[in-house]
Design a protein around this ligand. Structure first.
Ligand code: TMP
Length: 252
C-alpha cells in the first residue's frame, strides 16, 4: 500500500489524507473500547463489519437526500469520504430509555420515551464526553443557533430513516449517536453526517427477543460482539453467500 499521511487516529478508526483535496480515507480498526477506553479488546472482523454496515446506512441517507460524508467503499476496511471539520459534539437520539439516560434519571431500561429525545455531549475524552445543554453550546461557540437547528433536524431525519430500516429487519432502534461536520465548498459551507453509523454507535435490540445486537454486548460482557454485528449484517443481506450479495430480507 502506498504511504499515506495519517490525519488522526481514534479508538476505532484511523483517518488518512484522501487521493483528492477535500477527501479522506477512513480505516476501520478491529479495536473495541468502552467506558472511555477503560475496557479494550480486539474483535476480529469488527472493522470490516462496521465498514460495510456504515456504507449501507450512509448510502440510504444519500438516497433520502440527507447529506453525509460517504463517497465509496475502497476495500474491506476502508472507505473514501468527504473531508469535514467535525463539530465537537456527539449528537444522540433516544427512542427508548437505556444507558446513561437510565443512570441519570433512574429510569428502567426499555421504557419507551414519549418522543425522540436529542442530546448533545461535548467531545472531550479527558472529560468523559459530558452531556451539555444548548446554552453551553451557544455560550462557548461550539456551534451557532442555526447549526443547532440544522443538527437537530438532521438527527431526527436520521432517526426516522434508521428506525424504519431497522423495524423492517426485526430490530428496534433504541438510540444512536452521530457526528456532524462542516463541509466547505468554496465560500459555501453545509453540515453533513460524518464519522460512522454502525452497531458501535447504536443500541439495537431484536424486536421479538430483546437480544442486544450492538456494542453493549462488549460493554456488558454479554457474548460474542462479532456474532452480534454479523447478525445485523445478515439481516440486511450484507454477508456474502457464494459471492452474491443479496438485498435486505423482510422478516414476518
Ligand atoms: P449512552 O446511553 O451511553 O449515553 O449512549 C447513547 C448512544 O450513544 C448509544 O447508542 C451508544 C452511543 N455512544 C457512542 O456511540 N459513543 C460513546 O462514546 C457513547 C458514550 C455512546
Amino acid at each position: 500500500m502506498a504511504r499515506r499521511t495519517k490525519i488522526y487516529e481514534g479508538k476505532a478508526k484511523i483517518l488518512y489524507e484522501g487521493p483528492e483535496p477535500g477527501t479522506i480515507v477512513q480505516y476501520f480498526k478491529d479495536d473495541a473500547t468502552a467506558f472511555n477506553a477503560q475496557k479494550k479488546d480486539t474483535i476480529e472482523g469488527k472493522g470490516a463489519l462496521n465498514n460495510r454496515l456504515s456504507e449501507y446506512f450512509m448510502l440510504g441517507l444519500t438516497q433520502l437526500g440527507i447529506p453525509n460524508h460517504f463517497i465509496k467503499r475502497l476495500n474491506m476496511r476502508e472507505q473514501l469520504c468527504h473531508k469535514v471539520e467535525i463539530i465537537p459534539l456527539e449528537v444522540i437520539v433516544r427512542n427508548v430509555a437505556a444507558g446513561s439516560l437510565c443512570k441519570m434519571l433512574g429510569m428502567e431500561e426499555g421504557t419507551p420515551l414519549p418522543r425522540p429525545i436529542v442530546e448533545f455531549c461535548y467531545k472531550d475524552d479527558s472529560l468523559g464526553d459530558p452531556l451539555v445543554s444548548e446554552e453551553h453550546i451557544l455560550a462557548f461557540n461550539w456551534a451557532s443557533q442555526q447549526d443547532l437547528d440544522d443538527m437537530i433536524a438532521i438527527a431526527l431525519r436520521v432517526n426516522d430513516y434508521m428506525s424504519g430500516l431497522m423495524y423492517g429487519v426485526g430490530i428496534k432502534l433504541v438510540d444512536f449517536k452521530i457526528e456532524i461536520g462542516r463541509q466547505y465548498e468554496g465560500d459555501y459551507q453545509r453540515l453533513i453526517v460524518a464519522d460512522e453509523i454502525s452497531p458501535d454507535s447504536c443500541r439495537l435490540w431484536d424486536s421479538k427477543t430483546g437480544e442486544k445486537l450492538d456494542k453493549d454486548v462488549f460493554r456488558r460482557d454479554l457474548g460474542s460482539l462479532a456474532d452480534a454485528y454479523t447478525e445485523v449484517a445478515k439481516r440486511f443481506g450484507l454477508m456474502p453467500t457464494n459471492n452474491v450479495t443479496e438485498g435486505p430480507k423482510l422478516v414476518e
